[in-house]
Ligand binder design. Structure first.
Ligand SMILES: Nc1ncnc2c1ncn2[C@@H]1O[C@H](COP(=O)(O)OP(=O)(O)O)[C@@H](O)[C@H]1O
Ligand SMILES: [Mg+2]
Length: 365
């Protein structure tokens, strides 16, 4: 029986969200096909396993759990408990959102461990986590993105007046100011008056040294679930109908007034264009496994834009990604199984890559 490590918690602001996603996943994994090993990462970055690990993380009482360490021996794939022994695993499923989970760092660890893992690889994960990097890639390929300026924190600290002048020249109010490397709307401000721009940039600069300033449009927010490594499936689209000023942290997790609509009520033609654009966006970042691609429709002009891509989107059974896949015809349970299969397929494919190079020349001795 294959051993699957479900990894949750983590060193990000989305620690709690991760525990909710992991509960849904643990419930549906077929215990006849897989032995589940629950692994929790604390907010300070320690890894634990043991009986009822997920419940213990939820109650914040880790008593009775065992601290574990990663094995970097490529022949012994798994974890070493603090009190000795070995926990072998066949595949890892990182159910972690945000920094240290979705940004390529843990994916790099999996590569070093030589273990198959669910979702995107290192390059796709880290690129997708950085909103400026994604936009640069999509823009270069001719995909539509909302007009924006990328700003380095050091340039801002050096000459803020120059930056403010440049923004006024190139962009129009209202603006959205965002740290390049966050999620859950953290550090994002909608700016309606020029006087508020400075504070908004300072706020974003608290979270990242790369900042994005873009035109704020009057938008419909459309999402598409993409599944696959080479042959891709694009789900019917979903729409987030935002209740407040924008889809902010409060709306997402606290007392949200937003609701979702699957399938989104948009014309077949527009829907087809957004799906095609989402698939291109996924391929351009070299994604594998899954990602949720988020787009905007400008309500005033009807134009479409890519907004961002989430490589480990919220994954409770009522989250948008699984709901959109359900609308496609794939149950939550089958989706989880397919993701695990895709992890093994990607691992096998990567094994085809040669890792050493012998030129045949005696110049290299
Ligand atoms: N250019 C924009 N025009 C209008 N609304 C925007 C724009 N950019 C972001 N928003 C609003 O802010 C929310 C969060 O921004 P987003 O870029 O998706 O960051 P996050 O990674 O935190 O979800 C969006 O869901 C949307 O409601
Ligand atoms: Mg978003």
């Amino acid at each position: 029986m294959k051993k699957i490590a479900i990894i949750f918690g983590g060193k990000s602001g989305e620690h709690e969200v991760s525990l909710v996603s992991a509960s849904s996943i643990v419930k549906v994994i077929n215990e006849r096909s897989f032995e589940v090993i629950q692994i929790g990462i604390t907010e300070s970055g320690r890894w634990y396993t043991g009986e009822n690990c997920l419940d213990k993380f939820k109650s914040k009482n880790l008593e009775g759990l065992t601290e574990i360490f990663i094995s970097t021996d490529p022949e012994r794939i798994g974890f070493i408990p603090e009190n000795g022994g070995f926990i072998a695993v066949d595949v890892c499923f990182p159910v972690l959102h945000g920094p240290f989970g979705e940004d390529g760092t843990i994916q790099g660890l999996f590569e070093m461990m030589n273990v198959p893992y669910v979702g995107c690889g290192v390059l796709a994960s880290s690129t997708a986590m950085d909103k400026l990097q994604c936009k640069a890639i999509w823009e270069a390929a001719g995909l539509p993105v909302v007009p924006y300026i990328g700003l380095g924190r050091s340039a801002w600290e050096k000459d803020s007046e120059l930056v403010l002048r440049e923004v006024k020249e190139k962009l129009k109010l209202p603006l959205f100011v965002k740290p390049a490397n966050m999620g859950s709307s953290v550090g994002i401000t909608k700016v309606k008056e020029w006087n508020d721009l400075k504070a908004a940039i300072n706020e974003a600069a608290n979270y990242d040294n790369r900042i994005l300033i873009e035109n704020g449009l009057n938008v419909r927010e459309i999402e598409c679930a993409i599944l696959g490594n080479d042959d891709l499936v694009a789900s019917p689209l979903g729409e987030i109908i935002v209740g407040g000023e924008f889809y902010d942290f409060n709306d997402k997790y606290v007392n949200g007034v937003s609701r979702s609509q699957i399938p989104a009520e948009i014309s077949d033609d527009l829907s087809k264009r957004i799906k095609e654009m989402s698939i291109k966006a996924y391929r351009l970042l070299n994604c594998s496994g899954l990602s949720r691609v988020d787009s905007f429709i400008d309500k005033d002009t009807g134009d479409i834009f890519l907004n961002e891509i989430n490589t480990l989107p919220g994954f409770t059974s009522i989250s948008m990604y699984p709901k959109m896949m359900e609308a496609y015809g794939m149950s939550y349970h089958s989706l989880i199984e397919r993701l695990i299969e895709l992890a093994f397929e990607r691992y096998e494919d990567r094994k085809k890559n040669r890792v050493n190079f012998n030129s045949g020349s005696d110049w290299f001795v």
